[in-house]
Design a protein around this ligand. Structure first.
Ligand SMILES: [Zn+2]
Length: 226
């Protein structure tokens, strides 16, 4: 079991669609993005970093793909199938191109809603229909999910497992294990200072926060009981 650092990105550069409320801070400038990738590529072990992209923004294809290729890095892209082919989001052909370039494709659901808040039937649709659309596009199994807004509970995790997902990427920060079902990531934000980003890349977390994170993750994985 390796201890890895999950770095999660959203949009890069200038958005080509209307942003959701509270979304803007999660967009990075091209310069910020390049800087993070440069540091990952120059680190002693670039494979210690797991790079992911949520939301299926057009910048995944236009900016991230060439930047990753240039540095010999790979990433997994969690796509919202409800936004495929919409302005500012990935088109179906872009998803195929990402896959052909050696990138991973996973589900971020359909409509960008918090799975933990959904009725059972809607949750099931989010997980199965998005998976089916992506499997059709990719011509193979899709077994990774990026949990929207990092909002999950025991019911969400059970539904993911039941529907064939093998890994679920959350936003709990800190290290991830490459054998665990639940894989915490840290979302990078445009308003983070270079010092904050340094600490994330170094895998540093104050002890008090590490404890809060562990307790929070256990609660979310166990509750509700039914
Ligand atoms: Zn998202």
């Amino acid at each position: 079991m390796a201890r890895l650092i999950g770095l999660n990105f959203h949009g890069i550069g200038t958005p080509a669609r209307d942003l959701e409320e509270g979304e803007a801070p999660y967009w990075l400038s091209r310069a910020q993005f390049s800087d993070v990738l440069d540091r990952v590529a120059a680190s002693p072990d670039p494979k210690a970093f797991v790079l992911t992209f949520d939301d299926g923004n057009l910048s995944d294809y236009e900016i991230a793909l060439p930047a990753l290729n240039q540095r010999g890095l790979t990433a997994t892209f969690f796509v919202l199938t409800g936004r495929l082919d919409e302005t500012g989001s990935l088109a179906r052909d872009h998803v195929k191109a990402l896959l052909a370039a050696g990138m991973g494709i996973g589900s971020h659901g359909i409509a960008h809603v918090a799975w933990s808040e959904l009725e059972a039937e809607t949750l099931e649709q989010e997980l199965t229909q998005s998976r089916d659309v992506l499997q059709e596009l990719c011509g193979g199994p899709v077994t990774k999910a990026g949990i929207p807004f990092g909002r999950y509970n025991a019911r969400v995790l059970r539904a993911l497992r039941r529907n064939g997902y093998r890994t679920a990427f959350s936003s709990d920060t800190g290290y991830m294990s490459d054998t665990a079902f639940l894989r915490p990531r840290t979302s990078l934000r445009g308003d983070m200072t270079p010092t904050e980003i340094d600490a994330i890349l170094a895998g540093q977390m104050p002890a008090a926060r590490r404890l809060r994170r562990a307790v929070g993750m256990i609660r979310k994985q166990l509750l509700p009981l039914r």
